[in-house]
Write a protein that binds this ligand. Structure first.
Ligand code: AP5
Ligand code: MG
Length: 209
């Protein structure tokens, strides 16, 4: 099954995509994670995107569509995938419908105030990528990853200014995807304000997993 997870920054797309990956082995293709890996490895792509990402802007459609096309060539995607944070512009969505039309788009519905709180409290393991939150889902030992004892980090774009910018970008560029996928009858809207386990079970139920 080919799925899109879309919704505001901090809506919980990555948290839920990881759960699907762990339970069912469905690959999670997070464009944000791919870009962050490129920045960490100091590749040419990383150098191009690091400043845009730090400010909370969007990477160009050409670059973004290109890396997703490359990624789905991997064998693990032959039975489907979850696109986490892609598409997030109309150009990306229209392009992708032509390139590899998706089955369903899961819309993570959440208000801006909740997003701000979640992103302000997010901590991430730099090694395994597990996502925590100082308000909602703390690690067992403060600031240390449960899986591998790494010290957790704060994403560079989780600063107040960048969060505000990401929300502006979201409402102008990504929110129109809701109507776009509705036209094809491909949207499942989920209340993303519930606890992660509830959100996960809502989506599994809707997908008949
Ligand atoms: P990306 O990494 O995709 O960031 P984002 O969309 O801003 O989304 P986040 O990863 O911040 O949020 P999420 O929904 O995954 O939430 P999470 O599960 O982590 O993109 C980063 C940047 O890359 C973009 O700004 C852009 O520059 C570039 N980029 C990426 N894709 C692009 C594209 N397609 N086109 C152009 N540029 C692109 O959860 C957030 C927090 O909330 C965590 O702390 C978590 O523990 C907590 N939480 C999660 N669920 C719940 C819950 N149900 N209840 C309470 N807390 C919860
Ligand atoms: Mg994410």
């Amino acid at each position: 099954m080919k799925l899109v997870f879309f919704g505001a920054p901090g809506a919980g797309k990555g948290t839920i995509a990881k759960k699907f990956n762990e339970e069912f082995g469905i690959p999670q293709i997070s464009t944000g994670d791919l870009f962050r890996a490129a920045i960490k490895n100091k590749t040419e792509l990383g150098l191009k995107v690091s400043e845009i990402m730090a400010k909370g802007g969007l990477v160009s459609d050409d670059i973004t569509i290109g890396i997703v096309k490359e990624r789905i060539k991997n064998d693990d995607c032959k039975d489907g995938y979850i696109l986490d944070g892609f598409p997030r512009t109309m150009i990306q969505a229209e392009n992708w419908e032509k390139a590899d039309s998706v089955d369903l788009a899961i819309y993570f519905d959440i208000k801006d105030d909740e997003v701000k709180k979640r992103l302000g409290g997010r901590r991430v393991c730099p090694k395994c990528g597990k996502i925590y939150n100082v308000f909602f889902s703390k690690p067992k030992v403060e600031n240390i990853c449960d899986n591998d004892n790494e010290t957790l980090i704060i994403r560079e774009d989780d600063r107040e200014e960048a969060i505000a910018n990401r929300l502006v970008v979201y409402h102008s560029q990504t929110a129109p995807l809701l109507d776009y996928y509705k036209k094809f009858d491909k949207v499942i809207a989920i209340d993303a304000t519930a606890a992660p386990e509830m959100v996960y079970s809502q989506i599994k139920k809707a997908l008949k997993f």
